[in-house]
Design a protein around this ligand. Structure first.
Ligand code: URA
Length: 240
């Protein structure tokens, strides 16, 4: 994530003189990412900072990054050809040209979907080379035995030749047969196929995190909000 002094960002996008800017900041007339900036030596990311002087936009964000708590029955696409998509259900205040989901959840999977118009960022986090973790809560119709659990941890090889990289798996609740599973790739129906390999059917699937960024508990099903630069950084972080 880039960081640049706010006065430098403003200077490159406007004709304000240094003195005019200093005075505007002192008077509380400079706003960056929703906060009044009195000290122009503070830094922000020039690619995503949104800056206003006297209420006039100096720099609007190039890209938008949105966390959605996807509800059941909505498809992960930008054009649903008649079906409701994750982009359709965003509030008007977040809608922009070119938004698409960075990675897909199945129609009946719920939870964290990242929606953006930044193709490079999406490409990076989805690339199998980058191994961005995805964390799911999985409810199944049957418990897995120890052998299956150790195969999850070692990597699963399906009879059709598909190989799934090692995943981490933890039983959360024996009674409700709920597991937490962390995978580092995003193959088609991956979690369902992993469980089905051991004869267990996935009944409910919910994504709770991407990288080190956890789905905001305050977001009810169907709700969305923009991510901060720090949160965005957490998605591509590998370590806890
Ligand atoms: N694995 C699945 O089977 N479905 C999803 O939606 C996500 C991961």
């Amino acid at each position: 994530m880039k960081q640049e002094r706010i006065d430098k960002i403003i200077a490159t996008c406007s004709s304000y003189s240094r003195n005019e800017l200093k005075k505007a900041a002192k008077d509380g007339r400079v706003v960056c990412n929703g906060e009044t900036v009195y000290d122009l030596s503070k830094k922000a990311d020039p690619d995503i900072a949104e800056i206003y002087v006297d209420g006039n936009p100096i720099k609007v964000k190039k890209y938008t990054y949105i966390m959605l708590n996807k509800p059941l029955g909505v498809i992960s696409a930008s054009d649903g050809r008649g079906e409701k998509t994750v982009v359709d259900i965003l509030p008007d205040s977040l809608k922009r040209e070119g938004l698409f989901p960075a990675g897909r959840l199945d129609k009946y999977t719920t939870g964290f979907v990242l929606i953006t118009n930044d193709g490079d960022f999406a490409h990076n986090i989805l690339s199998p080379r980058h191994h961005v973790k995805k964390t799911y809560i999985v409810t199944t119709d049957a418990l897995l035995d120890d052998k299956a659990l150790s195969e999850f941890e070692k990597g699963i090889s399906l009879s059709d030749g598909t190989l799934f990289k090692p995943a981490s798996i933890r039983l959360l609740d024996r009674n409700t047969r709920e597991y937490e599973v962390i995978i580092v790739e995003g193959k088609y129906h991956q979690i369902k196929r992993m469980f089905s390999h051991f004869g267990a059917k996935v009944i409910k699937l919910h994504r709770t995190a991407m990288g080190n960024l956890t789905l905001d508990h305050e977001l009810a099903s169907g709700e969305a909000r923009e991510l901060s630069a720090d949160e965005l950084l957490k998605i591509s972080q590998k370590d806890d």
